[in-house]
Design a protein around this ligand. Structure first.
Ligand SMILES: *Cc1c(COP(=O)(O)O)cnc(C)c1O
Length: 469
């Protein structure tokens, strides 16, 4: 499988190089040159497979030529064997033909584990083979950081630096990152917001001289391997609910457009998906595009669903690429306009094309809490605020009551106690067994100024197992 850039100028790469790349050299994002397509018979034959075996069948074409089947199978079995639920991604019914796909049974309690626990193992495998070391610099609004640290803590050839916005992630999220120690693990709290952190990561990819030749790897969802791993659970959910004979709809709490883009790809690979709902919080750039063809940057608001508090959705470029007939030059121009003027619209027929599949809604903090309270009253289930946004949007935007509606349950509610308390849910939430002493553990974290040079200096001083590069 070969991968090409959404801006059309960078060289095509194989899976191994895409795994180790960040942004493409032309500023674009890598996507498969040709998407694999499965027949209905083939998909139907996967019903009842354990999660890791389904994962092997769905992802195999993407890694073909780079990772041997036997190695890949073993990596997948280890990755998903570490999840706390035997079904890995169980479905829980909330209402009539309405389900939550629980994606929070991994070690760090959010869906990011599906991709990052795999990414860590893939990196380890590939780097050992190449006898190479890399540095990871990643930005997190909360959940990516802990999942990436957890996924890479045992990687001998990786030093990982995670930037989070100082005092803007929940205490559980922070502690999940800062209580994991290792000479290759570095938590940095930036005196700024998530977009400041993300900008620093982008700038570091653009000019890597501070790394003195060591390769920089991306762990945010610009890394293709993350999107790839997320495609699997769309197949998994649909197969439980009568797919592929029957189509299924999904409502996806969305920030960077990574998770929902994986659903879009699952559909293009042959899985019958009739509707994808983009569910955002007040930071609604994607909703404004889907509802009114306006992709315009606005100020950032802090909400009760902090993992979706972002102004610009990096993966959206991957959808735009398809909407523009995979014309890299057109995307380069759009993104240049965006950088200059902070916004764009696309031609009407391209927007109409997107709207055939996607609906959207922006959900307020108040509606989020109401939904948590309502679902608790009717089912006894406590939703996390991100998942609640997905449920609310599903109920508002659903096109057909006959089609199963699956809301992606993106995080465990224990990660976001503030929203759960505000919703007035009087049920004490307990940390899962492996985290019961989280609040007693020692923390390690460095607070740094919102200044690129300072951060890059820190990385080059500590990028080789705590020693200078
Ligand atoms: C990351 C995250 C999201 C948003 O996912 P994207 O792929 O960025 O759209 C939603 N909910 C939770 C809990 C998350 O951690």
């Amino acid at each position: 499988m070969r991968y090409i850039s959404t801006r059309g100028q960078a060289p095509a790469l194989n899976f191994e190089d895409v795994l180790l790349a960040g942004l493409a050299s032309d500023g674009g994002l890598y996507v498969p040159e040709n998407l694999p397509r499965f027949t209905q018979e083939e998909i139907a034959s996967w019903a009842g497979l354990p999660y890791h075996e389904l994962a092997f069948r769905v992802m195999r074409p993407f890694v073909a030529g780079s990772i041997a089947d036997a190695d890949f199978k073993k990596i997948l079995e280890e990755t998903y064997g570490a999840f706390a639920h035997a079904a890995v991604a169980p479905l829980r019914q909330l209402g009539s033909n309405e389900w939550v796909l629980e994606l929070f049974h991994g070690p760090t309690l959010a869906f990011k584990d599906f991709a990052l626990q795999l990414l860590g193992r893939l990196l380890d495998h590939v780097l050992a083979k190449r006898n190479e070391r890399v540095v990871i610099v990643g930005a997190t609004s909360g959940d990516t950081g802990s999942a990436a640290i957890e996924g890479c803590r045992r990687c001998d050839n990786v030093d990982i630096f995670i930037l989070h916005p100082h005092q803007r992630v929940s205490e559980v999220q922070r502690r999940q990152m800062t209580t994991i120690f290792g000479e290759n693990i570095h938590n940095i709290a930036i005196e700024g917001n998530f977009d400041d952190c993300q900008e620093m990561v982008k700038a570091s990819f653009a000019d890597q001289s501070f790394l003195k030749g060591t390769r920089l790897v991306a762990v945010n969802s610009i890394n293709w391997a993350r999107i790839m791993a997320q495609i699997v659970y769309y197949f998994h959910a649909a197969l439980q609910l009568g797919g592929p004979a029957r189509s299924v709809a999904f409502s996806v709490p969305t920030g960077n457009f990574g998770d929902i883009f994986a659903g879009y790809l699952a559909r293009n690979m042959g899985l019958p998906i009739s509707q994808l709902i983009v569910a955002t919080n007040r930071n609604d750039i994607l909703h404004r595009f889907m509802s009114g063809n306006q992709y315009v940057k606005e100020t950032l608001h802090a909400t009760l669903s902090p993992s979706m508090d972002i102004m610009v959705s990096s993966n959206f470029e991957r959808l735009l690429f398809d909407l523009h007939g995979r014309n890299g030059a057109a995307i380069a121009e759009l993104m240049a306009n965006f950088k200059q003027g902070g916004g764009f619209s696309v031609e009407q027929d391209r927007w109409t094309e997107a709207r055939k599949l996607f609906d959207s809604l922006a959900v307020s903090d108040e509606q989020t809490c109401t939904t948590i309270a309502e679902v608790f009253a009717s089912t006894g289930e406590v939703l996390d605020p991100h998942t609640a946004i997905g449920v609310h949007a599903a109920r508002e935007c659903r096109r057909s009551l006959d089609t199963p509606m699956v809301v992606l349950g993106t995080a465990h509610p224990v990660k976001f106690p503030e929203a759960v308390e505000k919703a007035g849910v009087g049920k004490a939430l307990e940390l899962p067994a492996h985290l019961t002493d989280l609040f007693e553990r020692e923390e390690r974290c460095t607070v740094l100024a919102n200044d690129l040079k300072v951060v890059q200096g820190f990385v080059s001083q500590h990028g080789n197992r705590g020693k200078p590069l």
